[in-house]
Ligand binder design. Structure first.
Ligand code: DX5
Ligand code: ZN
Length: 218
């Protein structure tokens, strides 16, 4: 499978959200990454259902929703109704992760689990066969435009090994500080999905950056 590109709407111009989503629609991007932050799990608040519903109206690509919220299990149906195709919850925010993952899948969404930079890969041993995706945070969650954490490469390799020995089909998604410079190495380590916010929306020609990321050779 060729790798996937998911531009993060957090770095879009919210005054011109429909225009920026149209750009992603026309681009070579595969998914639209949507960051929901509650001001409790992370020290920032992004947006909620009214904005998601607006995104859904314009978006022609699957919505890859990343929940940086406590107790995400309370809102799973609502995110399904708001148009999520992929729903990712944080490992650190879920007491009953197995139940939450299966609830997400039972509604027909792909289920993802995200790991903060400090969280090791091995606690996923017993859940890796149940998830469709693991999102490795390559910055501390909460803000776009942060510096990429170099240890991410090792973590991707460890996760790729776990996926292999457990015969899981989980995709490896990397989120935070991804750009056209580090993308090649991330893919070589085993990344399947690259999220990119600032490097796309901060560029003069965002579609060109998406194309470069999509056509990056391993
Ligand atoms: C950070 C979010 C990311 C963010 C990535 O907490 O989860 O998805 O939008 O933005 P960049 O690519 O600018 O680091
Ligand atoms: Zn994200």
């Amino acid at each position: 499978m060729s790798h996937l590109i998911a531009p993060s709407i957090l770095s879009a111009d919210f005054g011109n959200l429909a225009r920026d989503i149209e750009m992603v629609n026309k681009s070579e991007a595969d998914w639209i990454h949507v960051d929901v932050m509650d001001g409790v799990f992370v020290p920032n608040i992004s947006f909620g259902f009214p904005v998601l519903n607006a995104i859904k109206k314009t978006a022609k690509k699957p919505l890859d929703v990343h929940l940086m919220i406590v107790q995400p299990e309370r809102y799973i149906e609502q995110f399904k109704n708001a148009g999520a195709s992929v729903l990712t919850v944080h490992f650190e925010a879920c007491t009953h992760l197995h139940r939450t993952i299966h609830h997400i899948r039972s509604l027909g969404m792909k289920a993802g689990v995200a790991l903060n930079p400090h969280s090791p890969v091995h606690p996923l041993d017993e859940i890796i066969s149940d998830v469709d995706l693991v999102l490795i945070m390559s910055v501390n969650p909460g803000f776009g435009g942060q510096k990429f954490i170099e240890n991410t490469y090792n973590k991707i390799k460890k996760l790729a090994h776990l996926i292999k020995i457990k015969k899981s089909s989980a995709l490896i998604e990397v989120d935070g500080g991804v750009d056209t410079v580090n993308a090649k190495k991330l893919l070589a380590c085993g990344a399947d999905v690259l999220v990119a916010g600032n490097s796309v929306f901060g560029a003069k020609k965002p579609e060109k950056v998406i194309r470069e990321l999509k056509n990056m050779e391993k």
